[in-house]
Ligand binder design. Structure first.
Ligand SMILES: [Zn+2]
Length: 351
């Protein structure tokens, strides 16, 4: 045996001695470490008067529930990118109201999307049909109707659809997709704009609704979060997604009182901005990354004083509007006159 081959055997043995224990002990260590380094993240994103939640599962799966109103997209897309989102595995359009699905239209074009869950409640508005058309134009996106009892599993995070059933309630709010996310001992209930009718149906279905965190239904409207439903969910914390000084008076004081009476810790996106939960499956902690900040883009000097239209939202702004600078350069179209913008299919923004 030459010196070289003895060396070869020695090295092989040394490598095996080092690698084997590592191979056998690695999975357990990796599991614990992964949990510490990759906790479940649930973002209740401040999108003003609207609703938008991002769930980032420990295995890297991204779930987006609603996307706020369509014109919040420059902020939302940047927020998602900053959160490390490169694809959306599951997109949930809780119900066909534009403060929920609107922002999903540009998100569908900005990120690859796996599956879209929709309640299948038709709503005769141009924007909702545009949402459906956008999905149809993307053959790689799977469109699925959400029905109570469906389950999904993403690396330790379980999703259960608790509403609606195939027999959809008359009001779009009550047709909201409601889902429960469970990660170990910590769970979240996302209720869309579900009101009393939906809450009664959910309670009659026999699912365990008890959840650590409740995303309060319909922006804290008094028509949601009934006492019986609240006692079934029995949350430790509640998040109300709501815009500052909104014209609906949300959240209604009765709802805040009902939550306080039960000792529930209340978070509000109008007061605290985005509310971000981290959970290792045993407990949770909360951070506040801040209020929504809408990026502003310089308008080239030669275009100053012209009308700015946005080809994503199909809205146009007078040159003096403070929102004209918020149209991303890639999406803007300039017009000399309002008539020109309207002829081209744009609608005047109220702002
Ligand atoms: Zn809503």
């Amino acid at each position: 045996m030459s010196r070289n081959s003895i060396n070869g055997v020695f090295w092989k043995f040394l490598v095996l001695a080092l690698v084997l224990p590592a191979v056998f002990s690695f999975p357990a260590l990796a599991g614990e470490e992964a949990e510490r380094e990759n906790p479940l993240r649930v973002h209740f994103i401040d999108v003003g008067q609207g609703d938008c939640s991002l769930i980032q599962c420990p295995d890297g799966t991204n779930i987006l529930i609603d996307g706020g109103r369509i014109w919040t997209y420059p902020f939302l897309i940047e927020y998602l990118r900053n959160a490390g989102v490169e694809k959306i595995d599951l997109m949930v359009a809780t119900h066909p109201h534009s403060d929920h699905y609107g922002g999903l239209i540009p998100v569908l074009k900005a990120f690859p999307v796996g599956t879209v869950l929709d309640p299948g409640k038709d709503h005769p508005t141009d924007l909702y049909h545009r949402f459906l058309e956008t999905i149809k134009s993307l053959p790689e996106v799977e469109f699925k109707l959400a029905r109570a009892g469906q389950r999904y599993s993403f690396g330790g995070a379980e999703i259960l659809i608790v509403h609606p059933s195939a027999r959809l309630p008359a009001h779009p709010n009550d047709a909201s997709i409601v889902l429960k996310l469970t990660h170990g001992d910590v769970s979240f209930l996302f209720t869309g704009d579900a009101e009393r009718v939906a809450e009664m149906e959910m309670m009659s279905r026999g699912f365990n609704l008890r959840s650590t965190v409740l995303k309060v239904g319909h922006h804290g409207s008094r028509t949601s979060t009934g006492t019986a439903f609240l006692s079934r969910v029995s949350p430790r914390a509640a998040v109300i997604p709501v815009g500052e000084n909104n014209r609906y008076g949300h959240p209604h004081p009765e709802v805040v009182r009902r939550l306080r009476l039960r000792g529930v810790e209340i978070f509000r996106t109008d007061l605290q901005g985005t509310v971000l939960f981290f959970s290792d499956g045993r407990d949770y902690r909360v951070e506040f990354p801040g209020k929504a900040v809408y990026p502003e883009y310089e308008i080239p000097e030669e275009k100053a004083g012209r009308i700015v239209a946005n080809r994503v939202t199909l809205l146009y702004y007078e040159p003096r509007s403070p929102y004209a600078v918020q149209v991303p350069p890639a999406d803007r179209v300039f017009f000399d006159t309002a008539v020109g913008a309207e002829t081209a299919g744009f609608t005047r923004s109220g702002w």
